[in-house]
Design a protein around this ligand. Structure first.
Ligand code: MG
Length: 353
C-alpha cells in the first residue's frame, strides 16, 4: 500500500433494475449495493460488495457485510492490521485497496493480472419469466454469445428446447438451478442433453458433493458448481472427486480477487472449464469481473453483460456491447469509478469510519 490508509467510507446505493431478476429462490427488483471507498495519501480506490439483500444465495446478506466492514474489517485496515471476515465484505475492501494501490502506480487491473485480451465475450443470465424465449432471442439479436437460463422444478424444462430453437445452434446455452433439484430428478435433468446445453449449474444442494458425483454418472451435460465452491481448496476437492467439470468463479463468493485467481489457476491445473459468474454488480464490481474473465482459463462465457442489461444508468460509465463483447478497462486500477451525479442519485447512506 503506497502511503497509509486515511479513509474508509461505506456507501449504500439502491438502483432500480430494468426488469426484476427471478431465480429458483428469490426475486430482485432493486439492486442494493454496498461500495467501499478508500483514500490513501496517494490515491482513491473503490470496491463493490456483491452480497445480496436476501439470504438465499449466501447467509452473508448485504447487512451482514456492512456490519462486518463497519465494525471489524474497516477499523482493522485503518489501524494497519491484517483483516479477515465474511467473504463478500472481504472482497469489497480488498478490491478498494488494490484499486487505490494500482491507481497510485498507474497500473491497470488487467496489467496486474497479466491478461492481454482486450475484450471478453458477453453473456447474459435470464431470470425465470413467462417471456423467457422472447427475451433470450432479443439478447442474442443484440449480440450476446451465451445465455444462461435460470431453471427450477416448478417450471417445465422444455422451455430450454424452445430457447434453443429461437437462438439457433451457435449460441451457448447454460442453465442454473440454484440448488433446486434433487438426485431423484436425474432422468429429467438428463433431457437437457437433447438441447445442447453447455453446462448445468448447481442443480443440487451446495453441501451434497457426494450426490454430485452420483449425478455426474447419470447425465451427460457437464455440471458446473457455483454455491458449493467457496475457496480454491473446495474447487480442487470437488474436481478431484468428480463432482463437477466446470467451476463458476465469483470473487465475492470466494473472498476476493486473490482467491478467485487461485480458483482459476486450480481449474487450469486440473484441465476443467471455468466461467466468471455475476451478482448483478454495478460497473464498479463489473470492471473487476471483466478483467478477471480475460484470464485464459475462463474457457466458457460468463455472466458478463453490458450495463444496460440491468440498469438505465450505471454508477460508472456504462459497459457496452461491442460486437457481442465487452472491452477490458485499461485505465489505472479498475479503470472505472462512480460518476458523481449517479452516486448522488442512488446513494441511500454514506458513512466514514
Ligand atoms: Mg449460479
Amino acid at each position: 500500500m503506497p502511503g497509509p490508509l486515511r479513509v474508509v467510507e461505506l456507501i449504500r446505493v439502491q438502483m432500480p433494475l430494468r426488469t426484476p431478476f427471478v431465480t429458483a429462490n428469490d426475486a430482485t427488483s432493486v439492486k442494493e449495493a454496498l461500495l467501499v471507498r478508500v483514500e490513501t495519501d496517494a490515491a482513491v480506490g473503490w470496491g463493490e460488495c456483491p452480497a445480496l439483500a436476501s439470504p438465499e444465495y449466501s447467509p452473508e446478506t448485504i447487512d451482514v457485510s456492512h456490519a462486518a466492514l463497519r465494525d471489524e474489517l474497516g477499523p482493522r485496515a485503518l489501524a494497519g492490521e491484517a483483516f479477515a471476515g465474511p467473504p463478500f465484505a472481504h472482497t469489497a475492501l480488498e478490491a478498494a485497496l488494490l484499486d487505490a494501490s494500482l491507481r497510485a502506480e498507474g497500473i491497470s487491473l488487467a496489467q496486474h493480472l497479466g491478461v492481454s485480451s482486450t475484450h471478453v465475450d458477453a453473456g447474459v443470465a435470464i431470470g425465470i419469466a413467462s417471456d423467457i424465449v422472447e427475451r433470450a432471442a432479443a439478447y442474442v439479436a443484440a449480440g450476446y454469445r451465451r445465455v444462461k437460463l435460470k431453471i427450477s422444478p416448478e417450471i417445465p424444462l422444455e422451455y430450454v428446447r424452445d430457447v434453443r430453437a429461437a437462438v439457433g445452434a451457435d449460441v451457448a446455452i447454460q442453465v442454473d438451478a440454484n440448488e433446486s433439484f434433487r438426485l431423484s430428478d436425474a432422468d429429467l435433468l438428463a433431457t437437457l442433453a437433447d438441447w445442447d446445453v453447455q453446462c448445468i449449474e448447481q442443480p443440487l444442494r451446495r453441501d451434497d458433493i457426494a450426490k454430485y458425483v452420483d449425478l455426474a454418472a447419470l447425465i451427460t451435460t457437464p455440471i458446473c458448481l457455483d454455491e458449493s465452491i467457496d475457496s480454491a481448496r473446495a474447487a480442487r476437492e470437488a474436481i478431484l472427486l468428480g463432482a463437477c467439470s466446470v467451476v463458476n468463479v465469483k470473487p465475492g463468493r470466494v473472498g476476493g480477487l486473490v482467491e478467485a485467481v487461485q480458483v482459476h489457476d486450480t481449474c487450469v491445473h486440473h484441465g476443467v472449464d471455468a466461467l466468471v459468474g455475476g451478482m448483478l454488480e454495478t460497473g464498479v464490481g463489473r470492471a473487476v469481473n471483466v478483467a478477471l474473465a480475460a484470464l485464459p482459463g475462463f474457457t466458457m462465457i460468463g455472466d458478463l453483460s453490458a450495463s444496460d442489461r440491468y440498469f438505465d444508468e450505471d454508477l460508472t460509465e456504462p459497459f457496452v456491447l461491442e460486437d457481442g463483447r465487452l472491452r477490458v478497462p485499461d485505465g489505472p486500477g479498475t479503470g472505472v469509478e462512480p460518476r458523481a451525479e449517479m452516486l448522488e442519485r442512488y446513494t441511500v447512506t454514506r458513512e466514514r469510519l
